[in-house]
Write a protein that binds this ligand. Structure first.
Ligand SMILES: NC(=O)c1ccc[n+]([C@@H]2O[C@H](COP(=O)([O-])OP(=O)(O)OC[C@H]3O[C@@H](n4cnc5c(N)ncnc54)[C@H](OP(=O)(O)O)[C@@H]3O)[C@@H](O)[C@H]2O)c1
Length: 324
């Protein structure tokens, strides 16, 4: 396992982050424990969570698992999606962020969260209010760095400008979706991260299971997130994605490599990526993703695999006239 510095911070994290979204959901307490320890054995020191994963149970389980070894791990959490029925229990207002951090710290049984994410853009709250609230939480020591997920590049860039203008701490880490069929991040988000030296931990390297060999045109497993969860069925409903999955699985099998290994390695090979966030419901599923760090992944493979999918449209027109 290699370790990388997160953006401009001095924090060293493993080049794979483990996502705890399955904890308390399709991974029960015992399986979560096995997943956590297998990650530690492999050298992973970086664990991603959120206040809404399994209604808070994922954070509780992570809290139990890190007890006694808190200083060996770097953890994240997030707020933004509804965390209760109250009208204000959502979004990135000062009120909700202060409440959500307190609740997460309790569930995680810790006094600090290294990277605290705004989970999604909140159009009702000004960016000024959000970055000031995060800066205050940092000064209180409850979060060490602020971070953002699922924001457009212009929103992140605007927030960085606001932080600089107001002398507030800016985002250090971002968390976009990124995999072989969802490459939107390449257009503006990853270039922004490289330009501003932001860390990037991207999620869904396997497309929620799409790139593991079990999906294809006319091919669906009996169980699996893309057939069980409506939001994922919709996110990946484009049949072109299944055609890409077929081509990708064939490419992997020609080389005798598990598609999941190759899919994670492909994400990891992008120069802007600090660590892909891997996910699994069992240790058996986890192994191929972990194996990505042992693969000697070449530039040529990156090019060939990328060519199996579809380039996202560029951010501006007249790019054919670009000077460099
Ligand atoms: N910021 C955000 O909005 C956001 C959103 C999503 C995720 N995340 C974070 O990113 C983490 C990873 O995301 P993700 O779970 O979407 O990642 P992913 O790697 O794209 O998908 C993981 C899923 O793929 C399937 N899978 C994994 N390995 C497999 C294997 N060897 N064989 C067959 N199926 C396999 C499993 O689902 P099935 O068994 O159901 O098929 C597993 O839960 C999450 O835990 C979370 O921390 C963040």
């Amino acid at each position: 396992m290699k370790y990388k510095t997160v953006g401009k911070t001095g924090i060293q994290v493993s080049e794979l982050c483990f996502g705890t979204m399955s904890f308390g959901g399709n991974a029960d307490r015992e399986t979560s424990k096995q997943l956590f320890h297998r990650c530690l054995d492999k050298g992973i020191n970086f664990f991603d969570s959120a206040n809404v994963y399994s209604g808070g149970v994922a954070e509780e389980i992570l809290g139990e698992l890190i007890a006694g070894r808190r200083d060996e791990v770097v953890i994240t959490s997030k707020a933004g999606f509804p965390s209760g029925t109250d009208l204000n229990a959502r979004g990135s207002s000062r009120r909700h962020l202060f409440l959500a951090v307190e609740q997460s710290l309790k569930r995680l049984k810790t006094d600090r969260i290294e990277f605290y994410f705004i989970h999604r853009f909140d159009s009702l709250t000004s960016i000024e209010e959000t970055v000031r609230a995060l800066d205050d939480l940092r000064r209180q020591g409850k979060i060490l760095y602020s971070a953002v997920s699922n924001w457009a590049a212009w929103q992140i860039a605007k927030a960085l400008g606001v932080s600089a203008k107001e002398c507030l701490a800016g985002f250090e880490l971002i968390q976009p979706m990124y995999n072989l069929v969802k490459r939107q991040a390449e257009v503006e988000i990853l270039p922004l991260a490289e330009s501003e030296k932001l860390g990037v931990i991207s999620y869904s390297p396997l497309g929620g299971g799409l790139l593991t060999g079990k999906y294809g045109i006319g091919k669906r497993p009996e169980t699996g997130r893309l057939v069980e969860q409506n939001n994922y069925t919709k996110r990946y409903e484009n049949e072109t994605y299944y055609a890409i999955a077929d081509r990708f699985s064939a490419y992997a099998s020609e080389r005798g490599i598990h598609p999941a290994t190759l899919a994670v390695a492909w994400v990891l090979s992008h120069p802007a990526i600090t660590a892909p966030i891997i996910g699994a419901r069992s240790v058996e599923q986890l192994e191929p993703s972990l194996a990505a760090v042992d693969l000697e992944f070449t530039e040529e493979w990156r090019k060939e695999i990328t060519a199996l999918s579809i380039d996202p449209p560029l951010a501006t027109d007249r790019s054919e006239e670009a000077a460099n």
